[in-house]
Write a protein that binds this ligand. Sequence first.
Ligand SMILES: Nc1ncnc2c1ncn2[C@@H]1O[C@H](COP(=O)(O)OP(=O)(O)OP(=O)(O)O)[C@@H](O)[C@H]1O
Length: 277
Amino acid sequence: MSTVALRCEGLVHVYREADTDVAALRGIDLVVQEAERIALLGPSGSGKSTLMAIVAGILRPSAGRISVFGVDIERARERDLLRIRRDLLGLMLQGAATNLLLHEDAEANLAWALRGKPRADATLGRRILRSNGLGRDLRPVSALIPSEQQIVALAVSMAARPRLLIADEPTSQLDDASRDHLLDLFVDTAAAEGTAVLLVTHDEDVARRMQRMIHLRDGRIGEEASDEGRFAVIGTDGSVQLPTALRESWPAGALVDVDEVAAGEIRLRLRGGEGER
Ligand SMILES: Nc1ncnc2c1ncn2[C@@H]1O[C@H](COP(=O)(O)OP(=O)(O)OP(=O)(O)O)[C@@H](O)[C@H]1O
């Protein structure tokens, strides 16, 4: 039986501002199996970063449940969260400065990533650096070009051999050739290590390198695509999002007839729509 790396059930997050609340996640149901690689896509403001921050234990959800390798995150004590972050999670956040000590060289960054992890060694991180000509590079990370910085960031985030790697837009600053090189390295390393991946991107070409592509819209999972095709996803409350192209002609609050025309097939008809006027 395969192990579940991540399970989200009815996950809701509301940002509480002084005079207004923003519902960033409105009921996310998602299961990521061990060693499975998932891309998270969606327009700006759809909730991708919020979901990542909750999975990383940085934010607590307003409602719903989330577990990482069977540990209930929202009920975990601070000590358990620290252990999950240390032993199970790898983080590759947006921007080199967030992940790396810019004034230190790559090797010092690896050492920093492995501090307090007595069972981890630097073998994997060094292998990633070496295979990209950065093994003996003594320059501070700030002097590296963006593609090299991202290779160091990958080496650092994978150094402790996490079981779930969370990557937020890892290729966004790169040209196409560097992007493809980093993705090859990223996918090969995760596959060889059996690391589950949750990767946020706006780039469909990047997303296609993962096994499943989850599309978020308005804080919900709208669609999922894989080798098997592209599908709408039924939410916990039974709702299904309309394809974006139909949203204008099928506005919120419009009435529809829903008929089951055959087993496994329903027909939606807009009341007052074409053929009914
Ligand atoms: N700290 C915050 N306080 C209040 N509202 C926030 C905060 N962070 C995000 N939001 C709001 O929550 C919603 C989801 O934001 P989020 O950053 O998760 O989306 P996103 O899909 O990651 O967007 P992007 O692709 O632009 O990074 C948006 O409406 C955003 O304005």
